[in-house]
Design a protein around this ligand. Structure first.
Ligand code: SAM
Ligand code: SF4
Length: 377
């Protein structure tokens, strides 16, 4: 390479680093700014991470919060093209954890001073399911003297169902939009009324009207997805003013239709890096929301969730699902912690978090500061 070419490349590199250091100081971001942040690599990325860490500390504090995840049922009426537990996958043994076992896990979470639990399931829209979740919510509140916070992640439901669950004790709801690009949405979902993009967006609005702290998110590194799509996803989060975000890498699953497009995927390392860039960029865009370090990060890097906590995330959701059910909640391949006892996994996680310099908010709900600020207004 000629001396002139080397000088040119060096100049371009210095220009990029300079512009990233300038972009991170802004308080509003254009979509081009977001694309630049999401595309950052090497020294630029370190600038982004350092700034996101600083913003997180100053806006949400140094603590991170636990939400004990219980995957209560893998029965689902939907057929999302990426998901291992989609209804048309005949290889899945379907389960529904009995109430008493779910309540035992909640007792464990309460005794271990988890501030909250998350009940997650496939999408079931029957009266029986609605009533059952309502009963469970009340019992979880009773067994914990009203102390355990409860997040639900049970898909799209009617306004009445969301209200019933809210009145029964749930106060946060996670419903990922998966992708805000309509075209991409229908590349990863069947184009049927049951999988309507508009209904998904509407459900997020209903959740907010009902009074929940609302969380959404997307999968990162999907086939057909561009960095511009991801920048627009972030803008969407800001526009609908979310309180929480849970987003993580897309990971393929052999028994799903989207597996056929695996040749379009970025490498796992690239998807991991892009996921960390999304988390840190969102921290700059929405400084006071809660951001979860998604479980899927751990599939791509054994310390993936801990790394996310150092670049802007402040919530972690250790899996408390009883071991005998876990292998049937295989959303994607190589899902972590399938045979790891909850108590042992917690011990390791706590040690790792403490050595990474994290302070754990034991027994605290760790509500979204953005939500609290909005209520005050
Ligand atoms: N059924 C509810 C819903 O869809 O909102 C909640 C459970 S669903 C399994 C939770 C999340 O898992 C989805 O929002 C989706 O983003 C994620 N997921 C499913 N398949 C995935 C995959 N192959 N890779 C990464 N995440 C996946
Ligand atoms: Fe069902 Fe949720 Fe999986 Fe879609 S992502 S198939 S709704 S469990």
């Amino acid at each position: 390479m000629s001396g002139q070419a080397v000088r040119y490349i060096l100049k371009q590199f210095i220009f990029c680093v300079k512009s990233i250091s300038e972009i991170v100081t802004r308080s509003t971001f254009s979509t081009d700014d977001l694309v630049a942040l999401l595309s950052s690599k090497g020294a630029e990325r370190e600038i982004l991470y350092a700034k996101a860490r600083q913003v997180k500390e100053s806006q949400t504090g140094s603590k991170i919060f636990f939400r004990g995840l219980i995957e209560i049922s893998n029965i689902c009426s939907k057929n999302c093209l990426y998901c291992g537990i989609r209804s048309s996958n005949p290889n899945v043994v379907r389960y529904d954890i009995p109430d008493e076992e779910i309540l035992d896990v909640c007792r464990f979470a309460y005794e271990k001073r988890f501030g909250s639990v998350v009940l997650q399931s496939g999408e079931i829209q029957t009266k029986k399911f609605t009533k059952r979740i309502g009963r469970l919510l009340k019992k979880i509140k009773q067994l914990s003297n009203n102390e355990l916070g409860i997040t639900l992640s049970c898909g799209e439901q009617s306004r009445e169902t969301y209200r019933h669950w809210f009145e029964s004790g749930a106060h946060r709801y996670l419903l990922r939009i998966e992708s805000t690009n309509r075209e991409l949405y229908y590349k990863i979902h069947p184009d049927t009324p049951r999988h309507s993009y508009e209904k998904r967006v509407e459900a997020l609005g209903i959740l907010k009207d009902t009074g929940y702290q609302v969380g959404t998110g997307v999968m990162i590194g999907l086939p057909f997805q561009t960095v511009e799509n991801l920048a627009n996803d972030l803008q969407f989060f800001k526009i609908i003013d979310i309180d929480m975000c849970g987003m993580g890498p897309y990971i393929e699953h052999e028994h799903t239709p989207l597996y056929a497009s695996r040749n379009l995927l970025k490498s796992k390392q690239e998807r991991f890096n892009l996921s960390l860039n999304m988390i840190s960029t969102l921290r700059l865009l929405m400084p006071d929301i809660n951001i979860a370090a998604a479980t899927a990060l751990q599939t791509l890097d054994p310390l993936g969730r801990e790394k996310a906590l150092t670049v802007g995330a402040n919530v972690i959701m250790p899996n408390l699902t009883p071991l005998k059910y876990r292998k049937e909640y295989l959303l994607y391949e190589n899902k972590p912690c399938l045979d790891e006892d909850s108590e042992y996994a917690m011990q390791i996680l706590e040690e790792r978090l403490i050595s990474a310099g994290c302070e754990i908010g034991y027994g605290e709900w760790g509500d979204s500061k953005r939500f609290i600020n909005r209520l005050k207004k």
